[in-house]
Design a protein. Structure first.
Length: 474
């Protein structure tokens, strides 16, 4: 009886551990290289060796689990099937051998999930290749003007804003949200592209050659380079490798066609040089008399006209300058551009300012984080902060060996603006603790007490992904 009880407990713990690592795999876009990089990080190492879960991890909010998709269903089914087969094989052995075998499976569940994900990538890659071919064939029938956008930051926001402005007078389609993988791009084109004259696409990469492959299916006639930051440095290995990967989009543009480049970012200019193109530079100072109102909304003067937008933060000036430059190149009139900019209602992928339950001012930048975006969010906080300031962050992932130095620099910049840091992750926690001391909080009970005090005189910056279990406190 005790023997059966022990086996049941191990099986339950194994399924729970499996759900955690499946959710991590999903966050890493099913890429084994990103999952293995996570395993090498401090957070991943801690998760690997955390063999005794806390009771709260079995609650609805504490249990980390993946969203149900076809691919996650297949990987889960394969993982559970392997666990069942493993248990059947060893239940025929002596009790001590059976328990030892199940414990081994439990410990190495992350490696097992990674291995199954690698196997599942074979049919997934075949499906993606087929969809890419079909999507490319569909585009060859209509030959739309493809605008490709790349960079370490600002790709999605520039794409969505550009699509909104151009669509007011031109026939445009763009991929939704942050769709920038071969699968998501090709599926959207097959399902939602209806012979529009202009197609705006976002090109991302974790390795050299990935953008080059995409451009062979979706050949850009105009390129936009939004900027450079050491994002995903752990995967690329060096900053130069990142720049060379982004330059693949620039190289794909015909020599006589324009490449619009963020002239305020030296890394972006270097990307264009690596792509062997002379770029058309755009600058934030195209916008004059930039100001933020009490709610953080950006206003400026352009073409001798005052423009009031719903965009939150001065850092969107570069996005706007880019959009104006591209729109004018495509023949849009200044008055149409201005009207479109004023009518743009930013979706939740843009920085937002909301109110907390007790009236606190919350700057929500709770999506993927990169060093330059982090600094931009801190600058916004500094411009509109109230009496007490709180930063909530889980750090920046995929930075590899540069993680400590980058997080230390960010912590020092944050110290100039922020009173208290609530740290929800592991990467960078040591550096923020070093700078903030007792004012860096990571225990949930301390976090709850701090946020309960967040009244109307408090500003809270959420930088990066915020786990759902913490949303209840806001």
């Amino acid at each position: 009886m005790i023997y059966g009880f022990v086996i049941s407990i191990i099986m339950v713990l194994t399924v729970k551990r499996m759900l955690y690592w499946l959710s991590v795999l999903q966050q890493k876009e099913y890429r084994t290289d990103r999952l293995l990089l996570f395993l090498k990080s401090k957070e991943g190492t801690r998760a690997f060796f955390s063999l005794l879960p806390l009771p709260k991890e079995f609650s609805r909010t504490g249990l980390k689990r993946p969203k149900i998709t076809l691919r996650i269903f297949v990987i889960t089914a394969m993982s559970v099937s392997l666990l069942i087969i493993w248990s059947i094989v060893f239940t025929r052995q002596e009790s001590l051998i059976t328990i030892s075998a199940l414990v081994i499976f439990y410990i190495f569940t992350p490696i097992i999930v990674a291995s199954i994900a690698a196997i599942s990538s074979i049919p997934a890659n075949l499906i993606t290749a087929t969809l890419l071919f079909l999507a490319s064939s569909k585009l060859r029938q209509t030959h739309p003007l493809v605008i490709g956008i790349t960079g370490s930051y600002g790709k999605t926001s520039t794409k969505l804003l550009l699509n909104h402005v151009l669509s007011t007078t031109l026939n445009v389609h763009c991929t939704p949200k942050s769709f920038n993988t071969p699968l998501s791009m090709s599926r959207d084109i097959l399902q939602n592209y209806h012979n529009e004259k202009i197609l705006v696409l976002e090109f991302a990469a974790y390795r050299k050659g990935e953008i080059q492959k995409l451009t062979s299916f979706f050949s850009p006639e105009i390129a936009v380079v939004t900027g450079f930051a050491p994002q995903h440095l752990g995967l690329f290995g060096s900053e130069d490798q990142i720049k060379q990967a982004k330059a693949e989009l620039v190289q794909a543009v015909p020599n006589t066609n324009p490449v619009f480049c963020n002239g305020d970012d030296d890394g972006a200019i270097e990307i264009c040089k690596l792509g062997k193109k002379e770029p058309t530079l755009y600058h934030a100072d195209l916008l004059k008399d930039m100001q933020l109102d009490m709610n953080g909304h950006l206003s400026f003067v352009w073409n001798r006209t005052a423009v009031h937008t719903q965009l939150v933060g001065l850092h969107y000036a570069n996005n706007i300058a880019c959009v104006i430059s591209v729109a004018e190149y495509l023949g849009m009139k200044p008055q149409d551009i201005i009207l479109a900019l004023q009518r743009f209602n930013p979706p939740d992928s843009f920085m937002q300012i909301i109110r907390g339950k007790q009236g606190a001012q919350i700057i929500d930048d709770g999506r993927t984080s990169n060093p330059k975006g982090f600094i931009a969010a801190l600058s916004l906080l500094k411009a509109i902060k109230k009496d007490h300031t709180i930063l909530i962050t889980n750090g920046i992932v995929d930075l590899g060996r540069s993680s400590e130095s980058i997080h230390l620099e960010l912590a020092k910049k944050a110290k100039e603006i922020v009173d208290t840091v609530i740290y929800t992750g592991s990467e960078g926690k040591e550096q923020f603790s070093q700078v903030f001391g007792d004012h860096c909080i990571w225990k949930e009970q301390d976090m709850a007490r701090e946020l309960e005090k967040a009244k109307q005189t408090t500003s809270i910056l959420i930088e990066g992904f915020l786990p759902k279990k913490y949303e209840v406190y806001l």
